[in-house]
Design a protein around this ligand. Structure first.
Ligand code: URA
Length: 277
């Protein structure tokens, strides 16, 4: 196990909680095996029903990716940042938000969107009726890029090479999560997801990323930078309208998906009934 993953990451693995019990019971199980006749039927035959559910499998995959990314050196940003800030949210989330990169507070906390921009995003999500706890939030770049200025660390935009290097992790996250809808928050996320420069103010609205429906909108930090209070309020409302549109499309698609699944199940049952009669 230590060859696969250093011991200090074990605590992050959901299955790690099973290890003490397995170790404690190993002797007993070995004795019981030894006591069995050599030709006894395998005892695991009846346990097929305990296969992990898909979300448990995903949880393991995302946790493994997070552990792997914690040692990432794909670009130079790792050397000045406190830690990798990986995505966060339910591993079976259907809705994914992608931001630019962690900020000062995210870098210290090790969690995305917990600083001022994150708090603004939380307010806008709540106004739009989207539960943050049901979405997966991540960033195009997983390390904080900054310039030291006295005691402060001033945010610096990641360059194209850094975004390209980090796209490896973003693609892994999306391949694992298989979301139904992806929201690009700001130009860096939009470029990382679409592979081309995007002006989100011009292209704001529905789009798709590799066949997955998505949406270009502003980054919440854009609101923080607006000097006039009136503009801030008006732009915040526009942002909430975007999120409401996303929620509407997303909920409609989920309902259509559920209806398609129910119809498929019903036609399967009908086919079975016809076969039997
Ligand atoms: N800005 C981002 O793009 N991501 C964060 O996690 C925080 C601020």
């Amino acid at each position: 196990m230590t060859a696969e993953m250093p011991k200090h990451y074990w605590a992050n693995m959901p299955e790690a909680t099973l290890i003490p019990g397995l170790v404690a019971g190993a002797g007993r199980r070995a004795e019981a095996m030894r006591a069995l006749p050599a030709d006894a039927a395998p005892r695991f035959a009846g346990k097929a029903a305990r296969k992990p559910r898909p979300s448990q499998v995903l949880a393991t995959e995302i946790a493994a990716l997070r552990a792997e990314a914690s040692a990432c050196t794909l670009c130079a940003l790792h050397s000045a940042a406190t830690q990798t800030v990986f995505g966060e949210g339910p591993e079976d989330a259907r809705l994914v938000f992608v931001g630019e990169q962690p900020g000062d507070q995210e870098d210290l906390a090790g969690r995305p969107f917990v600083g001022p921009a994150g708090q603004l995003l939380d307010r806008a999500l709540a106004d739009a009726g989207i539960a943050r706890s049901e979405a997966y939030l991540t960033n195009a770049v997983k390390h904080f890029k900054y310039e030291p200025r006295g005691k402060r660390r001033i945010h610096k935009k990641p360059n194209a090479g850094e975004v390209r290097a980090c796209r490896w992790w973003l693609e892994k996250e999306l391949d694992t999560l298989k979301p139904a809808f992806i929201v690009a928050l700001g130009a860096t996320a939009a470029q990382a997801l679409s592979g081309r420069p995007v002006s989100v103010l011009r292209e704001r609205g529905p789009t798709s990323f590799g066949g997955i429906p998505g949406y270009f909108t502003i980054h919440p930090s854009y609101l923080l930078r607006l000097p006039e209070e009136a503009d801030k309020n008006a732009e915040f409302q526009r942002f909430v309208e975007d999120l409401k549109a996303i929620a509407h499309v997303f909920v409609t698609r989920q309902a259509a998906e559920a209806a398609r699944e129910t119809a498929a199940r019903e036609s399967q049952s009908l086919a079975l009934i016809r076969q039997r009669t």
